[in-house]
Every structure is written in structure tokens, then in C-alpha cells.
Design a protein around this ligand. Sequence first.
Ligand SMILES: NC(=O)c1ccc[n+]([C@@H]2O[C@H](COP(=O)([O-])OP(=O)(O)OC[C@H]3O[C@@H](n4cnc5c(N)ncnc54)[C@H](O)[C@@H]3O)[C@@H](O)[C@H]2O)c1
Length: 252
Amino acid sequence: MNSRPKTAIVTGAARGIGLATTDLFREMGWQVAMVDRDGSELEKVAGDRDNVLAVCRDVSNPQDVGAMVREATGWAPSIDALVNNAGVAEFGPVEDCSFDIWRRVMETNLDGVFLCSQACTPALRQAKGAIVNIASISGLRASTLRVAYGTSKAAVIQLTKQYAAELGEYGIRVNCVAPGPVKTKLSVAVHSPEIIKAYHDSIPLNRYGSERELAEVICFLCSEKASYVTGQVLAVDGGFESTGVGLPALRT
Ligand SMILES: NC(=O)c1ccc[n+]([C@@H]2O[C@H](COP(=O)([O-])OP(=O)(O)OC[C@H]3O[C@@H](n4cnc5c(N)ncnc54)[C@H](O)[C@@H]3O)[C@@H](O)[C@H]2O)c1
């Protein structure tokens, strides 16, 4: 048994799923390098917590990512997990998806995952650590208004498998969590009351997930309990992905 404290890097940690994941890691006795580009929010939430390092960096910027890893490895004895959670959502019809929008979504949701994984690999290799990428149900099933978002998340799923295939021999596990709708600032900004109702109707568990329910699965995949799990995509979505058409009609 190794008794040294473990460390996770969690991106997009200032709020939502990333913040809930930070808190669960802390409950498990880990320390967390909290990465976010929203400096004021990050300072506020990190200031309220022990065993954390606030790292104000943009995951879509290679220089920032290099600096982020230097800060985290200078603070922590090892990097045992990387949770690539930072993400942005911009929804709209394909005809209205400008190249600027496309790039804004890709640079955080896809480039960010690649850059952070690449930069953390040497440290993860030393610790035989784990990577968990946060994709989305939108990366598993096509839907309207998500040409950039859905494509970025589908790519994250493939990226997970590519990394798992190559990093397994170093003892690094790489998995992916695909959340269904979770009530966070990100989803509140893009889900109207009609969208919320439609989601409730199509999800067997009849509700949105909570940030904590996502954190539980993310932390499990980072932990020793998942020591023989790699290259997997786990939908945490109340049954949304596994369900065919017609469920709301069948219910009534
Ligand atoms: N909330 C949902 O319903 C839902 C559903 C499926 C997938 N997801 C995915 O889960 C992840 C977290 O979502 P959330 O709802 O908690 O989001 P959120 O918007 O509440 O939080 C995201 C955090 O990431 C940070 N961030 C964004 N771009 C960044 C960048 N380039 N560099 C550093 N930090 C950056 C933001 O400042 C914010 O603090 C995202 O990848 C999202 O796509 C969320």
C-alpha cells in the first residue's frame, strides 16, 4: 500500500461537475490542482477549501497548459489523475455555425483534452495514473443544434480510446464519462424549459443528474477500484443513451 497523498488535476474546476469532483477527491483524501480560466471564481472557491492549488490557466492554450503542469508538479509529489472536464457549449443550427464558433468549441473541448493529456503524460507515467475525459451524451448520439459540440465530444470519445491503446503499457488508464443532462451553469445557459421537459420525458430515470452523481463515477474511474478498466466510455445519463424512441408515448 502506498500511503503518500494522491493528487488529481481537475480542469474546469471552478464550478459545476469539476467543482463537485474536486470536493469528492478531497473527501477521499486526495489533493487537487484546480484548473480554470475564470480566475475570480476559481480564487473564491479555492480559498474556501484546503488541500487544493488554484491554477488559473486556459486549457486551449499550449503555453498555459505547459505552465499549468509545471505549477501542479511543483506543488504535488505526484500526479495520479487528470480529469479533462473543462468544456464549453454553443448550440445552434448548422447553417449558423460560423468557423469562429466551431473553433471556440473545438479549442476547449477537443484541443484542451489533447494538450492536457499530452503535457501530463510524463507525470502520469511515473505515478501509473489515470485520465478521465468528460465527453457527453451528445458525443454518443447525434442531436439537433450540436454540430460543433456533438462533434467535439464524439472526438473526445475516440481520443480516449487512442490514448488508452498507447498508454496502457505505461500503466496509465484512460476512460471517458459521457454525462446526460446535469443541472449546471453550462446546461442552464442552453436548456430552455421546453428542452428540460423533453429531456425528462426521454430519460428513464425521469430527471437530470446531479453534479455529485457525475463526480462519483469520475472519482471511481480514477481510483484503484477501477484498476482493470481502460478505454471505456461510461454514460452517466439516467438511461438516456440506452433507450430507443417512443418511451414518452409508451408511458402514457
Ligand atoms: N451540464 C451538463 O448537462 C453536461 C452534459 C454533458 C456533458 N457536460 C460536460 O461536462 C463538463 C463540465 O460541464 P459543467 O456543466 O460542469 O460546465 P460549467 O460551465 O458549469 O463549468 C465549466 C468550467 O470550465 C471552465 N472552462 C471552460 N473553458 C475553459 C478553458 N478553455 N480553460 C480552462 N477552463 C475552462 C469554465 O470557466 C467553468 O468554470 C463539460 O465538458 C461539459 O461539456 C455537461
